[in-house]
Design a protein. Structure first.
Lengths: 516, 265
């Protein structure tokens, strides 16, 4: 008896094919076998040797032709099942410790392994995001796209599918989200609560959620959107979808929206959607110069700290007066610190790993100390000519693409920031070194100890020149973060760093210190 | 190599990944073009296979099947190969290898070593090889093309034995093309590539075009010129695939025998 099995476009190396031929012979009932590519020459050869049957006729040169002769008492189904089994034996997965580690190699395998998962994080080269994201959307999986370099056309396309299917497409370039209590990307461990956050800003989300936590409340979800969602081209597609989702979520009582000022038409559209919601919203368009008064269910905030505290106040149905001044006790410390500086020490240098934190501090300080030079300045006149050289008051976003090309993000690796800190410390006109310290998942496991050598060395440089530099920071983190908030705080305090409760308070402290 | 192309993974083996570039693929060429514009196959291979046409040789991996799957999309731009599963291969700092064909001009080639390596191997019928040799030597176009056609796609393995034999013969012919029969053979041989599978067909195209892999080139040269490295290259050649290396060597030996026969006339 003879049977031919054709495997279409099936490629295995010669060693596999020869081994397969021998293995097939070991199946019960098999007399002989031949495994060849289905070329005309081979078909002819197999015909001559009595291996070829009509099933083999469909084989092309790119197909594998498995010819089996077997005795008439053998079960052909079992034989074919045995052959199929042998063909499917591909990669032996590595053992991890004592358990077998099942590493999915594609989306289909991942979904097969975890059929109940409904959220995926995509972190692959931007060019391929659309391909993988579409597959996930077809399977009904929400997603956070961590990748950057995704075209705006792809973003719009994917978000439209997401809206159509009622699925979240967070990003591209979405670095922070907390979904059902699970931190994704750079995110902090915060308590569960009743405040939902929708944010087009990574460190903005971190600052708001950690302040909410520090003040005794918690969040339901923190939905990151990616920096382009509220721009004209994308039109707030996912912001609106996220708002609608949180509006429907019974656990969410207050919704906090965090973004840089959107495109005017997008702002109008988003606010229009919000006005039709029943839940109260706290909105911060960071850097917006137009002050908006609260009305209806809309409550506006000017700083990230205010957004967090106002969300809590609205939740508790309490009145909230925005913090506008530095508390007196902190003001006194600032003035005392000011006395240590010489007349020549006039400037602050900000070294940030979080873009939004850098923005917020700059925005606040530029009103009181004048123009601040930066690598991310919107005003071309204030754009640093060389991002590696500071000028007067300068704030550097070290997480900007120009600094992170080919090197890890400054939240993970302190090399660039430490080096820059020493460079700034050598400048005799520098009075304040202002930096952010971000904790949480994704960030450095021990950031205080990572920056400590640069602080110590900078102090030595200053001391040698009979100067004093003030180090100012705020810790964006919680007591639940893996790095340990108090431990980090203690290390920095012992090193002489002044730690303020929020980024904006740190900016106000700097303002007081410089202006008196 | 700032050439741009898009393709798909065709096949994945333990030590090699083949990428198929559809012929309509968008290719923006640069002055320093790395790949021929009509190439359809690019391979990533382990360094133990040495350099070869359209081959990106990688080091430091254990099994490529852990990293790649068939049908994944591949893009090559800005010196990087981007795979849709997120693997990126940066070739910016890789060294470029060019296949070079050195014209062999010796009295008679000592084929003892080659014969020794092939002593137990004879898939392709001796009579077929003899007919082929005669046809090439006599520059009988119809006859050698008839035999080429019979050999195409014949035999075991991903690259069937007949194809490997032809690849070996074609490759060696470029080294011996100072002799008229080889030059005539190279100019007049007709290969119906559709008679074999994609990968094998591409290898035959390379061999025909004189784009010879490092291991084949060094085997031909070291045997012909009695170099001390002969064993090294022979061993490496016969270790390719299950029988592919042997089949290729048989093709090389056949070419050498034609060379010797021509020289003795």
């Amino acid at each position: 008896m003879l049977v031919n099995l054709v495997k279409k476009n099936f490629y295995r190396d010669s060693v596999f094919l020869m081994a397969l031929s021998n293995k097939v012979k070991s199946i019960d009932g098999v007399i002989d076998s031949s495994v060849m590519m289905g070329t005309d020459a081979n078909k002819k050869l197999l015909t001559e040797t009595g291996f070829f049957s009509k099933e083999g006729a469909s084989a092309s040169p790119n197909d594998l032709l498995i010819c089996v002769s077997y005795n008439d008492k053998a079960d052909i189904k079992k034989i074919m099942a045995g052959v199929e089994n042998m063909l499917d034996v591909t990669v032996s997965r590595e053992n991890a410790g004592s358990c077998v580690c099942e590493n999915p190699k594609n989306i289909e395998e991942a979904i097969e392994l975890q059929p109940d998962s409904n959220m995926a994080v995509i972190s692959i080269p931007g060019q391929y995001v659309r391909y993988q994201s579409e597959k996930l959307l077809k399977k009904g999986v929400n997603q956070m796209i961590f990748s950057d370099n995704v075209s705006v056309e792809d973003e719009i396309h994917l978000k439209k599918i997401g809206v159509e299917k009622g699925l979240l497409v967070l990003g591209p370039d979405c670095g922070t989200a907390i979904i059902n209590g699970v931190p994704l990307g750079f995110a902090n461990v915060v308590r569960s609560g009743s405040i939902g956050v929708v944010a087009a800003s990574g460190t903005g989300t971190q600052e708001v959620t950690t302040i909410i936590h520090k003040n005794g409340e918690g969040i339901t979800q923190a939905i990151g959107l990616g920096g382009r969602d509220l721009k004209k081209e994308v039109g707030g597609l996912m912001a609106i979808e996220a708002i609608k989702m949180l509006e429907k979520d019974p656990d969410t009582k207050v919704i906090c929206v965090v973004s840089k000022p959107p495109a005017p038409e997008v702002e109008e559209k988003v606010l229009g959607v919000i006005k039709n919601c029943k839940k109260p919203f706290v909105i911060i368009f960071l850097g917006s110069k137009t002050k908006q008064d609260d009305y209806g269910n809309l409550h506006f905030a000017g700083t990230l700290e205010d957004a967090a505290l106002k969300s809590i106040a609205v939740l508790k149905n309490k009145k909230y007066s925005p913090k506008k001044k530095l508390p007196d006790n902190l003001g006194k410390i600032a003035l005392k610190e000011r006395k240590y500086h010489s007349k020549n020490q006039k400037y602050v240098r900000g070294l940030f790993s979080g873009g939004t934190l850098c923005d917020e501090a700059m925005f606040h300080l530029s009103e009181s100390i004048g123009g601040i030079y930066s690598n991310i300045a919107v005003n071309p006149e204030l754009k640093l000519k060389d991002r590696n050289v500071s000028f007067k008051n300068s704030f550097i976003d070290l997480g900007d693409d120009d600094f992170t090309r080919g090197v890890p993000h400054p939240m993970i690796d302190f090399t660039t920031r430490n080096k820059r800190m020493l460079q700034e410390a050598k400048d005799k006109e520098v009075a304040v070194l202002f930096f952010d310290m971000v904790l949480g998942y994704g960030a450095h496991p021990d950031p205080a100890n990572a920056i400590l050598p640069a602080i110590t060395e900078s102090q030595k440089i200053a001391k040698k020149q009979k100067r004093h530099i003030t180090f100012i920071t705020s810790i964006c983190g919680t007591d639940l973060d893996p790095q340990g908030f108090n431990k980090q705080k203690e290390i920095l305090e012992n090193a002489g760093v002044i730690i303020l409760p929020s980024n904006v308070t740190a900016a106000r402290f700097t303002e007081k210190l410089l202006n008196g | 190599m700032p050439v741009f192309f898009e393709g798909k993974i065709h096949s994945v083996f333990e030590n090699a990944v083949n990428i198929n570039i559809p012929s309509q693929s968008d290719r923006r060429k640069s002055p320093r073009e790395a790949f021929h514009s009509d190439d359809r196959l690019i391979s990533l291979t382990h360094k133990k296979f040495f350099n070869g046409p359209n081959r990106i040789v990688l080091d430091g991996f254990s099994d490529l099947r852990h990293f790649f799957l068939g049908s994944e999309n591949v893009k090559f731009e800005r010196d990087k190969l981007f795979f849709s599963n997120a693997v990126t291969v940066n070739v910016k700092y890789s060294k470029r290898w060019n296949s070079s064909v050195k014209k062999i001009c010796v009295g008679e080639i000592d084929t003892t070593a080659v014969s020794y390596y092939l002593k137990k191997y004879s898939f392709i019928k001796a009579s077929l090889i003899e007919k082929f040799k005669v046809a090439v030597k006599l520059q009988n176009k119809e006859l050698f093309n008839y035999n080429v056609d019979k050999l195409l796609g014949l035999g075991f393995g991903l690259t069937p034995s007949g194809d490997d034999f032809l690849a070996g013969f074609l490759s060696a012919s470029h080294f011996f093309s100072e002799l008229q029969p080889f030059d005539f053979f190279l100019k007049n041989t007709e290969i119906n590539y559709s008679k074999t599978n994609f990968i094998s067909a591409e290898y035959l195209r390379y061999a025909r075009a004189g784009r010879i892999s490092e291991v084949i080139a060094n085997t031909v040269i070291s045997v012909s010129e009695k170099k001390s490295t002969v064993e090294f290259w022979l061993t490496n050649l016969v270790n390719i695939g299950d029988t592919s290396g042997y089949d290729t060597l048989l093709g090389i030996l056949t070419a050498m025998e034609v060379y010797n026969a021509c020289k003795s006339c």
